[in-house]
Ligand binder design. Structure first.
Ligand SMILES: [Fe+2]
Ligand SMILES: [Fe+2]
Length: 139
């Protein structure tokens, strides 16, 4: 399992969005390292909780920018965000149900792949609509 790193090809050149994405990658990798280190279940739960919280913060920010920029596919993009939130919530439920057999690596792969696909596939599309907004440039 390779470690997923932020790379320049993932950048929208929109600081408000890029900063959030970097933070999400950091959080995902934290989940993985906790698993590799055999750290205690509470630490994994903390990381998943933070991931869920920060995901929601990021999605709100991104959706607000899309609204301001009159992005035409806002509804579809919102649905993708909801799907990811559900995946994280589901991961937490699995963990709660059976923390000793919880494979953080599988969750990591699922979420990391989703995040890369979403940033490259969906978030990139909003760039022309939001890049010029003052809120988008605020780091
Ligand atoms: Fe998005
Ligand atoms: Fe995003």
């Amino acid at each position: 399992m390779t470690l997923l790193r932020w790379r320049d090809s993932l950048s929208l050149n929109v600081p408000a969005v890029d900063n959030d994405h970097k933070r999400l990658f950091e959080l995902l990798n934290r989940v993985r390292f906790l698993d590799l280190a055999g750290d205690d279940p509470e630490a994994i739960m903390d990381a998943l909780s933070e991931l869920l919280l920060y995901t929601q913060t990021h999605f709100r920010r991104e959706e607000r920018l899309m609204e301001l920029g009159n992005y035409p596919d806002l509804d579809a993009h919102r649905r993708c965000h909801r799907e990811f939130t559900e995946n994280v919530t589901e991961a937490m439920a699995q963990f709660r149900a059976n923390s000793t057999n919880f494979r953080a690596n599988n969750i990591y792969k699922l979420l990391a792949n989703w995040l890369v696909d979403h940033v490259l596939g969906e978030d990139m599309k909003i760039r022309p609509f939001v890049a010029a907004l003052a809120e988008a440039q605020a780091a």
